[in-house]
Design a protein around this ligand. Structure first.
Ligand SMILES: NC(=O)c1ccc[n+]([C@@H]2O[C@H](COP(=O)([O-])OP(=O)(O)OC[C@H]3O[C@@H](n4cnc5c(N)ncnc54)[C@H](OP(=O)(O)O)[C@@H]3O)[C@@H](O)[C@H]2O)c1
Length: 358
């Protein structure tokens, strides 16, 4: 496909925090094998100065330079914007999504999509009414490495039937030093490890145990405990249990310890797979130890990643939108709801509450 015939998306970026800085850098990477073209038309920030500093720091060479606005409203309504990327804390995702949808824009919204499943359903209902594309930015599922692993596990059965998965994402967040307004400390902003990072451990449990997503996938039983600090969870352990087969996943998160590179083990009847990377959100390699290979040496797989790896989801969305689809087959609305419901149940058992729950 020549670069002229690739689908193109014109992005409007909401918020200029850490993940938005990664996203705009990935969108503007020069990638010879890119499957889509991306331009950044507009950026909205809480202040003009902050927005301009963001452009200067992270994408100074992008031409034409994106228009910068104080506030988000002009980005939602911008005539040169096809799709809004939402990089605010989770607690604002619902209102940001609803505003973008009301303006008739497609939406890619960071995880966790909302604070609970009820709010996620409200956003998807609005998207359905308006006929726009919406997706939760579960970028990890779009890594070619992850899709290759899923093919090997579910189609080629390289380790037989998968019966157990361990997945962990821990960060050393030095909680005591965080201010009360930090999105990691403030319950009104959706603080806690469950929605912030355990969502990736859950993703690994699910993608290793389920060949399917959304409504086609079985709903596991949830058993959860949480360690609370000022009503937010600083550690969560969520067990997924599938009564039909007895398979299990132990999905964990903590704010008190950085997980070593090897963050996941997938066990099957014919061997096991280890997955490594800087975190469960950004895998960089996996190794298959298959019993029937007759060797203790594993077979290692890697895929080149020239940036953070957020461009893969962006490329996939460009193709979905060009094809007129309103949701992604990789991360459909029903999968977001399935995972939000699991996290709602984990919080019900574990005790972490958000003001919006009441
Ligand atoms: N950081 C990561 O590695 C990562 C990875 C994947 C997903 N995510 C998700 O992305 C979202 C944002 O995370 P982040 O790490 O980028 O957060 P962050 O660095 O704190 O940035 C959040 C941005 O949201 C805007 N904002 C609007 N109202 C806010 C408020 N009351 N308090 C704080 N910020 C407010 C601010 O941008 P303006 O001032 O420009 O409006 C702020 O810079 C979260 O839902 C997170 O789960 C983060």
């Amino acid at each position: 496909m020549s670069s002229e015939s690739l689908p193109t998306l014109r992005w409007g970026i909401i918020a200029t925090g850490q993940i938005s800085s990664w996203f705009v850098r990935d969108l503007s990477l020069s990638r010879p094998d890119a499957k889509a073209r991306h331009t950044i038309a507009a950026i909205g920030s809480s202040s003009q100065g902050k927005g301009e500093a963001f452009v200067k720091q992270w994408i100074p060479d992008v031409l034409p330079a994106p228009k910068v606005y104080a506030g988000y409203e002009q980005v939602y309504n911008h005539p040169d914007v096809d799709i809004i990327y939402i990089g605010t804390p989770h607690a604002f995702h619902k209102q940001n999504c609803l505003a973008a949808i009301a303006a008739g824009k497609h939406v890619l919204c960071e995880k966790a999509f909302t604070l609970n499943a009820r709010d996620a359903k409200e956003v998807f209902a609005a998207a359905e009414n308006k006929g726009v594309f919406v997706m939760e930015a579960l970028w990890t599922r779009f890594f070619p490495l992850v899709q290759q692993l899923q093919r090997l596990v579910h189609e080629e059965n390289v380790i037989g039937s998968v019966h157990r998965v361990f997945a962990d994402l821990g960060l050393d967040q030095d909680f005591a030093s965080l201010g009360p307004d930090s999105r990691l400390r403030n319950p009104a902003l959706g603080a806690g490890t469950l929605l912030d990072i355990c969502i990736y451990s859950l993703t690994w449990g699910l993608l290793a145990l389920d060949a399917k997503v959304g409504e086609e996938a079985e709903k596991p039983v949830i058993k959860a405990v949480q360690t609370l600090f000022d009503s937010i969870d600083v550690a969560s352990t969520v067990v997924l249990y599938y009564p039909s087969t007895g398979r299990q996943a132990i999905c964990t998160s903590t704010a008190m310890f950085k997980t070593p590179d090897l963050f996941c083990r997938i066990e099957g009847t014919n061997g096991y797979i280890t997955v490594e990377g800087v975190s469960a959100s950004r895998p960089s390699a996996f190794t298959i130890y298959a019993k029937d290979e007759g060797t203790t040496e594993g077979k290692r797989y890697t895929v080149a990643n020239p940036g953070f790896g957020l461009f893969w989801e962006a490329d996939a969305i460009a193709h979905d939108i060009a094809a007129g689809r309103k949701e992604s087959a990789v991360m459909p609305w029903a999968e977001t709801i399935r995972v939000m419901e699991m996290m709602d149940e984990a919080r019900r058992q574990g005790g972490a509450r958000f003001p919006v729950d009441d």
